[in-house]
Ligand binder design. Structure first.
Ligand code: ZN
Length: 221
C-alpha cells in the first residue's frame, strides 16, 4: 500500500482514503484503499435530518464508518447556527460513543466551535478540515486540542495555510483532497516543501497521527 493518507475526500485516489459520500456516490479508485465517513454537513440540513442521524449512528455501531463527518457549523448555511449546533452536538455524541474521529467543517463560527469543544473535554478527536484561516484562529484551535487538516490550498501561493503550515505541530497535522481534483500526492509534495521535510517523513508523520486517531482501524501503513 502506498503511504498516502487522505483523511477527507469525495473522490478517492491512491493510498488510503477516508471518503465522504455527502456530495454523491464515491467512485472506487484503481488501487488505493477506501474507508468511509458519514455525517450531516451543515449546509445540507433538511427534513430528513433525524433519519440521517440514525443512519450515522447505525453505521458507526456496525463499524461501517471510520469517522463521523463532515459535520459542523457554517454561518453561510440556511439553517440557523443554533439548529446546526444542535445537530452537530448529536454527531459529537456519536463520535464520542464509538471512539471515532470527527471531521469538522467550520465557516465563520470558530468561537462557537470552540465553545462546543469545551463541553466535551473527554472527547479529543476533532479534526478541522480544509484549514485556511488566520494565524489567531489556528492557534486558538491548537490551544483547544484540535487537529488541523490541510488540502489543496497548500499549493496556492499566498494563502493563509501556505504561510501557517510550518506552525502546525507534527502531531496535529492531517492532509486531504476534499472535492478538488488535486491528487493527494501533490498535496503531500506542497506541504513537505513548505515544512521543509522530505515527503517520506511527512508520510510517516501523518501515518502516526492517523494510527492514533483512527485507532479503531488496523492498517499497516
Ligand atoms: Zn468535503
Amino acid at each position: 500500500m502506498e503511504n498516502w493518507i487522505d483523511i477527507h475526500t469525495h473522490c478517492p485516489g491512491r493510498g488510503i482514503s477516508v471518503a465522504d459520500r455527502c456530495l454523491g456516490e464515491v467512485v472506487q479508485p484503481e488501487g488505493g484503499q477506501v474507508f468511509y465517513s458519514r455525517g450531516i454537513h451543515p449546509l445540507f440540513i433538511d427534513d430528513g435530518v433525524e433519519g440521517a442521524l440514525e443512519q450515522v449512528e447505525r453505521e458507526a455501531a456496525a463499524g461501517k464508518i471510520v469517522a463521523v463527518g463532515e459535520a459542523g457549523l457554517d454561518r453561510n448555511g440556511e439553517a440557523p447556527l443554533e439548529v446546526q449546533a444542535g445537530i452537530f452536538e448529536r454527531q459529537v455524541g456519536i463520535a464520542a460513543r464509538y471512539g471515532l474521529p470527527l471531521v469538522v467543517h467550520v465557516v465563520r463560527a470558530v468561537p462557537e466551535l470552540i465553545a462546543l469543544r469545551k463541553k466535551y473535554p473527554a472527547f479529543g478527536k476533532w479534526i478541522v478540515h480544509g484549514f485556511n484561516s488566520r494565524r489567531e484562529i489556528l492557534h486558538d484551535l491548537l490551544r483547544h486540542g484540535f487537529y488541523i487538516s490541510v488540502g489543496a490550498k497548500a499549493l496556492v501561493e499566498g494563502t493563509n495555510v501556505c504561510r501557517l503550515l510550518p506552525e502546525i505541530p507534527d502531531d496535529r497535522l492531517f492532509l486531504e483532497t476534499d472535492e478538488g481534483d488535486v491528487p493527494i500526492e501533490e498535496v503531500y509534495a506542497a506541504v513537505a516543501l513548505r515544512r521543509q521535510v522530505p515527503v517520506e517523513e511527512l508520510q510517516r508523520m501523518v501515518a502516526v497521527n492517523f494510527e492514533r486517531l483512527f485507532s479503531t482501524l488496523r492498517i499497516n501503513v
